[in-house]
Design a protein around this ligand. Structure first.
Ligand code: AMP
Ligand code: MG
Length: 411
């Protein structure tokens, strides 16, 4: 359509402009959720030595290999009892055993461990009732991690499993990508902030808080610049302030109204603008450009539109800046439960409710889809992605859904 940019093209432009930030070194306890900025190469084997998988007796397999062990148990002399954390000082010789704990290094001379449950004590000896294979109950050196292997790749978001592995590798500090600092500015003479006294002629500035939360959820650090009046000078001053951040996100003032100055001010500040009217609903008016090297987004003012466009454009940019290797939400296929029709021009994002019904993933809309209805986002756990060319959907059709929250899996 005339003058409308396809979302796919807009996303390509934004991602080309967004570059990963620098790295910082942090302590392991702060690492959860951060994105690794270095390949982690194992500096040693794990486990570092052959060790026992059981509490039991380290023995020479040659000594216990005889059959009929139950009726004719083998008797071995116990020459040492090694408590947890200690290492055997003696060597297991012919007819001998050393008592060891789980995780303890296998003593010299031994090649097999017999579980304590399969033995019976006898003065300074032990009776062994079960025949086991050579090498039984021994965890070999390096079975988990081999020295020199790349264990966690740069660009991985750290979960508890990775944090535990970093500890195994004795990395008490780790290099991660910096978190993007996002300046957030709401525009509009009609807006009042939470801490102001205001009458019913004003609208509460909810976008700043919704966008700040979306930034935090994405791993960024929000910086609230407050509200700018619908005057070019006020807008310019606030935006200039916001350029201290890594990226700027405005809401409001991007339509064609008499008081919509965002685009003009972006331009005045020297932005290399990629103006958009996006071929999507909600969220058609949207300005994007680079001001003094910083990405600047002018999102539409309607709360739902600002959230949906944040999802489609700002979030991918933040994820790329944060060092991630993929930039989308998980997308699932679900069975649509309703009728829906539209013109074959824009891509629609319907707020949807995913549910698991007897192993079948289904999705219905949250109801009225007006762009001022923020309850549609509150109820939604997914965005139903209806492509540009689609004109109608019927019950039973398969649709793609971007997953916003995965709670539905456990219902
Ligand atoms: P605009 O894009 O500036 O034309 O704004 C469209 C509508 O979105 C306004 O009439 C407000 O109702 C609403 N709106 C704009 N900014 C905000 C905001 N920061 N918080 C909540 N609603 C807003
Ligand atoms: Mg406005």
């Amino acid at each position: 359509m005339e003058g409308l940019t396809l979302l796919h093209d807009a996303q390509k432009t934004v991602l080309a402009a967004a570059l990963p930030l620098g790295l910082e070194k942090i302590g392991l306890l702060e690492a959860l959720g951060r994105v690794l900025g270095e390949d982690i190469i194992a500096s040693r084997d794990n486990p570092p030595w052959d060790n026992s998988a059981m509490d039991g007796f380290a023995v020479r397999w040659e000594d216990i290999k005889q059959e009929h062990a139950i009726t004719k148990p083998v008797v071995l002399k116990v020459i040492e009892d090694v408590p947890a954390g200690k290492v055997a000082t003696k060597m297991v010789g012919c007819g001998q055993a050393i008592r060891i704990m789980t995780g303890a290094p296998i003593p010299k001379g031994a090649d097999t461990v017999v579980k304590v449950e399969e033995t019976e004590p006898a003065e300074d000896s032990v009776r062994i009732f079960k025949q086991v294979e050579r090498g039984a109950n021994i965890r070999p050196q390096g079975e988990d991690v081999k020295k020199g292997d790349c264990i966690i790749a740069k660009g991985t978001q750290l979960r508890p499993a990775e944090v535990g592995m970093l500890a195994i590798l004795a990395k008490s500090f780790v290099l991660v990508y910096q978190r993007p600092r996002v300046a957030i500015l709401s525009t509009g003479d009609e807006l009042a902030d939470l801490d102001e006294r205001f009458d019913e002629t004003k609208i509460v500035n909810s976008n700043s808080y919704g966008i700040a939360a979306a930034v935090q959820e994405t791993g960024g650090i929000p910086m609230l610049l407050g509200i700018a009046k619908d005057q070019p000078a006020a807008l310019k001053e606030k935006i200039a302030h916001g350029l201290n951040a890594d990226i700027l996100v405005l809401s409001g003032g991007v339509s064609m109204g008499d008081y919509d100055f965002t685009k003009a001010v972006f331009k005045e500040l020297g932005a290399e603008m990629n103006f958009w009217k996006l071929a999507i609903r909600p969220g058609q008016p949207l300005a994007f450009g680079k001001i003094k090297g910083k990405l600047a987004f002018g999102l539409p003012g309607n709360p739902v539109s600002s959230m949906v466009t944040f999802e489609q454009l700002v979030r991918p940019a933040l994820l790329k800046m944060s060092g991630h290797r993929s930039y989308g939400r998980p997308v699932v296929q679900a069975v649509f439960q309703e009728k829906f029709s539209k013109r074959p021009d824009r891509r629609h994002f319907l707020r949807g409710i995913l549910s698991m019904d007897n192993g079948v993933l289904k999705v219905r809309t949250t109801g009225d889809q007006g762009s001022g209805i923020l309850t549609s986002m509150v109820k939604a756990n997914g965005l139903i992605d209806v492509p540009e060319e689609v004109e109608r959907l019927n019950p039973g059709d398969t649709v793609n859904v971007q997953v916003l929250s995965s709670q539905f899996w456990v219902h």
